[in-house]
Design a protein around this ligand. Structure first.
Ligand code: NAD
Length: 454
């Protein structure tokens, strides 16, 4: 395996940087340094930890444009998205900083004394991040873990280490103690695996494919290592005939094309009630065809390239010649480009309809009634997100409760807010991130009974 990582610009295929890949020894040394730094950090007054996290947030805020442009170069994200992503890191750090002084245990009534609980930090946390949202997903683990008194070692994806490395520099400049937050770019099977196997790492926060998540889960079982998994998705977008069909059709394209479909929450199974099916297709087809695909730095661009050649080949393999498709445009020449694509008439069991493509491809499938919609929505091993469009409030609530997924939105495609919990049902994951309880996922509850009768 190569000892350097080559970072390519996905829009041009130009080499942006080469970065040394961490070895198992590098991971071992980093864990030792992190353990020492963590003890000092946990001993700081909560208000001081909160202040340092707010300074880290301010440093990110002061470098938003630089971070966003770096994300465009290494990941091919549109500049608008990349700015949102850098802002999300700032917001997560601020939100987590607000939790430091509110991380309270409980006092529980018992006989013969008092009983209190403490929420204690776990120690060193390994965060293994994917390439599709390098900055926000790193911060989903990083911010609450630090706020709860832990140290963090972040292993970014092979293709996207640059923003993570820059965040670590900004943390130091902001006064976050040395070695408390370390970034180790490297190969999953080497640096990632070393974090998973290391006895000094108390918890793994993994975001990535379900395949790798399962391997990591079984390795963590050996040590009963704590774990949070954020895995794949194949999320439904259910459009009932009573919905505002114009609004549903206008929102559907970007609900699966945002980030070039490389979004675990992408609404890639568009389920439309039969009575509205033809009208929906009539409206959605020109919308898909007119998506602006091109230079990610152009403010008007709505969709950039895929991350890599291998991802491009993977997406191509799903859209087989026998499928009926509607396609938008994509640039020719260098870069990992694939056009916005909508597949109609696929069997509900076809690979493109049930597997995570992770590209700008969705299927449209008709359904008969509410029961049929729920059955189709749940006919997947995944359960991350979903949307439903209806004007009937009772139906909105019934279907929201019946779809087995962690994040539902009604008449909207919103999935992720730093202040609300996020995570998957079924094979989409284990545990929750973000939201009011984000910090407690990085603590152990210790119960202490103090006798008043001695
Ligand atoms: P991936 O599983 O290939 O890699 C994710 C990370 O794991 C990378 O850093 C990689 O280097 C590392 N890794 C790979 N093999 C490893 C091993 N054996 N041990 C330890 N670490 C290892 O996933 P990807 O292709 O980078 O990301 C895309 C996937 O991530 C999609 O399936 C997507 O749905 C999922 N995802 C999920 C969420 C969510 O919140 N549920 C968010 C974003 C992405």
């Amino acid at each position: 395996m190569s000892d350097v990582l080559e970072v390519l610009n996905p829009a041009t295929e130009e080499l942006v940087a080469t970065v040394p890949a961490a070895t198992r020894d590098d991971v071992d040394a980093a864990v030792g340094r992190a353990a020492t730094a963590q003890r000092g950090w946990a001993a700081l007054a909560p208000a001081d930890r909160a202040r340092l996290l707010r300074r880290f947030a301010a440093a990110v805020d002061g470098h938003l444009e630089e971070l966003a442009r770096l994300e465009v170069r290494e990941a091919g994200h549109t500049i608008g998205n990349a700015r949102w992503e850098a802002g999300n890191v700032r917001d997560l750090l601020e939100f987590a900083a607000g939790g430091v002084e509110r991380l309270s245990g409980r006092q529980i009534p018992v006989a013969g004394g008092i009983d209190v609980t403490f929420l204690e930090p776990l120690g060193v946390i390994g965060v293994i991040a994917p390439w599709n949202f390098p900055m926000p997903i790193a911060a989903w683990g990083l911010a609450p873990a630090l706020a709860a008194g832990n140290a963090v070692i972040l292993k970014p994806a092979e293709t996207t280490p640059l923003t993570a490395l820059r965040l670590a520099e900004l943390a130091l400049e902001a006064g976050i103690p040395e070695h408390l937050f370390q970034v180790l770019p490297g190969h999953g099977a080497v640096a990632g695996d070393a974090l998973v196997e290391h006895p000094g790492v108390a918890k793994i926060v993994f975001t990535g494919s379900t395949r790798v998540g399962k391997q990591i889960m079984s390795k963590c079982a050996d040590r009963v290592k704590r774990i949070t998994l954020e895995l794949g998705g194949k999320s439904p977008n259910i459009v009932f005939a009573d919905a505002d069909i114009e609004a549903a059709a206008a929102a559907a394209p970007m609900a699966y094309l945002d980030n070039t479909g490389q979004d675990c929450c992408a609404r890639t199974r568009i389920l439309v009630q039969r009575g509205a099916y033809d009208r929906f297709l009539e409206l959605v087809a020109p919308a898909v065809e007119s998506i602006a695909v091109g230079d990610p730095l152009d403010e008007k661009t709505q969709m950039g390239p895929l991350i890599s050649r291998s991802q491009l080949e993977r997406v191509r393999a799903y859209v087989t010649d026998d499928l009926t498709t509607l396609r938008g445009k994509a640039p020719e020449g260098p870069g990992f480009w694939y056009p916005p694509t909508l597949v109609t008439g696929a069997a509900p069991t076809a690979p493109v309809a049930v597997e995570e493509v992770f590209g700008p491809v969705a299927v449209v499938l008709p359904f008969e009634d509410e029961e049929d919609a729920v059955r189709l929505a749940n006919a997947t091993e995944y359960g991350l997100s979903g949307s439903l469009w209806t004007r009937d409030l009772g139906r909105a609530l019934r279907v929201s409760r019946a779809v087995r997924a962690g994040n539902l939105s009604v008449n909207s495609h919103s999935s992720v807010r730093y202040s609300t919990p996020f995570g998957g049902y079924k094979q989409s994951g284990l545990g929750r991130e973000l939201g009011p309880d984000a910090l407690t996922a990085f603590t152990e509850t210790k119960n202490v009974f103090i006798s008043t009768e001695a």
